[in-house]
Design a protein around this ligand. Structure first.
Ligand code: AMP
Ligand code: MN
Ligand code: MN
Length: 329
């Protein structure tokens, strides 16, 4: 038996008898995080359990079409009376947000994740970096639980998989990913419906923001590195929101010479966010970890307080060039 089968088996055994479960994911949830969380909750509710959907803050307007979003709550009840917690798509407990210490009081603490640089936490873990997405894992957990998967849960899981595989394009996409996606389509999901909600959602402001951001493109190392940036001034000028930058990094990533694409984002209150995407051999998760972040081989990021776009570029670029030259990325 594989270690992953063993962890899945133990999680199934533990969850079966539980009545009151909290489901959580990482802050600034993306499609996989939110899709996995909402689907997991829906599946558990279908098994007759009470579910609390915890989310630190309001979710991105890009994902608020997902069924179950209205159930997300940002305040934990006191005392937090749950007989299990499931953390989904979270590679580092600190990404669970400010309620971490309260969440840690809940046991068993089940962790389901696919980040390659996963930093272990919780009581029962199923971590598999070979999975395309946490959504793919939640599907398998539902099957192992013998649970029914509703249309709503299937829709959320399909969204999760499409989001983390870049529509089945990234390196993480496997035959298993397609098998799970096929099962979800059999359950009634129309890929076209998901694609329309997930991608055909631009406002004029968002397109104007894209125009401004693409105008910042700079190339380094004979075209191997592309950097784009966004400033608060651009948001103000276009009326677009922070979430509207989602997927912009795929434009520089698509350049034929690029090995690593970087997106430096000026946030509010002195925060700077950095997103990185790599192709093939390059491992940007390692690089992100040296700056206190994490992620996957080909998609990683970090956040810094009290920095500037210029300072981030100055610190990151030499490190990246050094690793590219040494092929150590
Ligand atoms: P993003 O560029 O924000 O879409 O993130 C890409 C990947 O990097 C995601 O899978 C995240 O889990 C991971 N990631 C992004 N920011 C951080 C961070 N501050 N700490 C750990 N992992 C991160
Ligand atoms: Mn995620
Ligand atoms: Mn994920």
């Amino acid at each position: 038996m594989k270690k992953s089968d063993e962890s899945l088996g133990r999680i199934v055994a533990e969850l079966k008898g539980k009545k009151n479960v909290l489901v959580a994911t990482h802050v600034f949830p993306d499609g996989d995080a939110l899709g996995s969380q909402l689907a997991m909750g829906n599946i558990l509710e279908g098994m007759g359990k009470k579910v609390f959907y915890y989310s630190e803050e309001r979710i991105s307007h890009l994902y608020d079409y997902m069924p179950g979003c209205e159930k997300l709550e940002s305040r934990l009840p006191k005392p937090a009376v749950f007989d299990a917690i499931i953390s989904l798509d979270c590679g580092d407990c600190f990404r669970l947000g400010e309620a971490l210490e309260d969440l840690r009081e809940i046991h068993p603490f089940v962790v389901i994740d696919h980040h390659s640089g996963h930093k272990e936490f919780g009581d029962l873990r199923w971590i598999d970096p070979n999975r395309s997405s946490t959504g793919e894992m939640v599907y398998e957990l539902a099957v192992a639980l013998g649970a029914d998967i509703s249309y709503e849960a299937a829709f959320c899981l399909f969204t999760a998989i499409v989001a983390d595989t870049g529509s089945f394009k990234y390196d993480c996409t496997t035959a298993s990913t397609f098998r799970v996606a096929g099962e979800l389509v059999d359950l009634g999901v129309k890929p076209y419906d998901v694609a329309r909600k997930l991608f055909d959602n631009y406002t004029t402001g968002r397109l104007r923001l894209l125009e401004a951001v693409l105008g910042t493109l700079e190339m380094h190392a004979d075209g191997q590195i592309a950097i784009i940036t966004v400033t608060q001034e651009m948001f103000a000028r276009t009326g677009a929101k922070r979430d509207d930058t989602e997927d912009f990094i795929n434009y520089p990533r698509a350049l034929n010479t690029v090995k690593v694409a970087i997106f430096i984002k000026e946030g509010i209150d002195g925060w700077i966010g950095v997103s990185m995407r790599a192709k093939g051999e390059c491992d940007v998760a390692q690089l992100a970890m040296t700056f206190g972040g994490g992620g996957h081989r080909n998609a990683a990021g970090y956040r810094l307080q009290g920095s500037t776009i210029a300072a981030v570029r100055t610190a990151l670029l030499p490190e990246l060039l050094r690793r590219l030259a040494a092929k150590g990325l």
